[in-house]
Design a protein around this ligand. Structure first.
Ligand SMILES: [Zn+2]
Ligand SMILES: [Zn+2]
Length: 68
């Protein structure tokens, strides 16, 4: 259990909304939930941490796509 690694979105105080926002640059993802985050992260924020690590760090609330 690695509790040192907190959710990146909670850390950045990203509100939990249906529309997902990039915690690093505020980019709003159009379409369904996190669609496009992998390409976006890899091209813009890969230097902060690998995409897999970012995704793993997300808490359930930030990760889920609601509504629909
Ligand atoms: Zn979170
Ligand atoms: Zn971004």
């Amino acid at each position: 259990m690695d509790k040192d690694r907190d959710c990146r979105c909670c850390e950045k105080k990203v509100p939990i909304l249906d529309r997902k926002t990039c915690p690093e640059c505020g980019h709003v993802f159009q379409g369904n939930g996190w669609d496009g985050i992998d390409a976006h992260w890899r091209s813009k924020h890969e230097h902060i941490m690998p995409y897999e690590e970012f995704w793993q760090s997300l808490c359930a609330e930030h990760r889920q796509t609601r509504g629909k």
